[in-house]
Design a protein around this ligand. Sequence first.
Ligand code: ZN
Length: 170
Amino acid sequence: MTVLKILHVPDPRLKITAQPVEKVDASIARLMEDMLETMYVKQGVGLAATQVGVNQRVIVVDGSETDKPEPLKLANPELLWRSQESKDVSEGCLSVPEQYAEVNRFTRVKFRYLDEHNQTVEREAGGLLAHVIQHEIDHLNGILFLEHLSALKRQMLLRRALKVTKSMAR
Ligand SMILES: [Zn+2]
């Protein structure tokens, strides 16, 4: 497995809409493995292919709220249903280092995807998993969580994230 390089704001590749996966073959399965490895190394709870510069609709998540890991690998994830209820949750993003803000997300969602064996899976989730799925699908559509904030707040977090990435590059 390989730890992949994560793109940071303001990289324009983060704004690209990813292409559907035709089939989860060995190369996509390998990508999923590498993304999961990268996500755990960086201590994230989700990662989209967009964030590693791959223009494919692939995400990995771990919405476990216990000590037990619950890795999920998803190709072509799509929301089938959203709850009426929504909630403000604190979010961060590996592409916007060390910045957090409250984002309004649906509390429960149903979603469909292709797993690592190219099988179609449908699931319903609440809690952290529901939030992470929404955040990662946004990435595949070129949307960062910053886009859900006011312009003022967005600019502030963007400026702070740039400072962090500059110090990381040093
Ligand atoms: Zn993110």
